[in-house]
Design a protein around this ligand. Sequence first.
Ligand SMILES: Nc1nc2c(c(=O)[nH]1)N[C@H]1C(S)=C(S)[C@@H](COP(=O)(O)O)O[C@H]1N2
Ligand SMILES: [Mo]
Length: 252
Amino acid sequence: MSGLSRRKLITGGLAATAGVAGLAVADRLAKAYGLVPPDAGGIFGPGETLTYAAQSLLTAHRPAREFPRSMISKDPFAVPIAPPSDAFKKSQALGFSDWRLTVDGMVARPTAFSLADLKAMPIQSQITEVACEEGWSYVAEWIGTPLSGVLREVGVLPQARYVAYFSVEPDQWDSLDMGEALHPQTYLTMGMNDGELPVAFGGPLRMRVPMQLGYKNLKFIHHITLTDSMKKFGKGLGSVEPEFGYAWFAGI
Ligand SMILES: Nc1nc2c(c(=O)[nH]1)N[C@H]1C(S)=C(S)[C@@H](COP(=O)(O)O)O[C@H]1N2
Ligand SMILES: [Mo]
C-alpha cells in the first residue's frame, strides 16, 4: 500500500471512528500510531488528540507555501518584545560572539554551538509567511540552517520524541515532535531579507517553523533539549501557550 493511501486509510479511520464510536476510541487509535500530543488528557482532551493525529498524518511531508521575492512584505510587523535584559545587551555589544545554543538531553553528544558554528553549517533560505494567531501575517526571507542538521550533529537517541526549545526571555519555550523538528523548513534562523536577523525579529537566533502559527517561532533561542516526555516541562502541556488556552499543535 502506498504511503498516501495508507495515510488516507488511517485518517479516514480516525475520523469515522470519532463519528461512530466517540472520541475515546479515536484517542486509543491515535495512541496506537504514537500520535499523542503532549497535552492529551489536559484542557483540550481527545478532540485535540484527534486533530493532531489527523493533521500530522495529512501534512507530515507537506511544505509550507514559499513565495516569490516580489511578495516579501515591505513593512513586516514585529510583535513588540520585552525590554532586553542587561545580559542580552552585553551580548549584543559583543556582536553576540558569546551567544551559545546548548543542545542536550537525549542526545549522544551534548554540544554548545556558537553562532559561528551554526553559520558554518549548510545555510539555506526560504521566503515564507509568519502568521500570528491574532490574524495578521507578513512574508519575509528567512536565512538559517535546518534544525535537522544540528540534530544529526548531536546524535538524537532513539527514545527522544520531542524537541523542547527555550528563549532567553523568561517563560518563553515551546516544543515540536520529531516529525516537525526534522521538517526541511524548520530552521534555526540567523538572517532575514539578506541581512542579519534584527533583534526585533528574534536575532541573533530564532526558531522558524513556517508550518505552524507565529507563536511556535520563538525568538532568542539559547537552549534545545531532547526528551521522551513533555510532562517534565512547565505544566506538562508541551509549551507555555496551552497554559493560556492556545493549542500546542498550531499547524496551518
Ligand atoms: N521570545 C519570544 N518569541 C516570540 C514571541 C515573544 O513574545 N517572545 N511572540 C511570538 C508570537 S505570539 C508571534 S505571532 C511571533 C511574531 O513574530 P514577529 O515579531 O516576527 O512578527 O513571534 C513569536 N515569538
Ligand atoms: Mo502571535
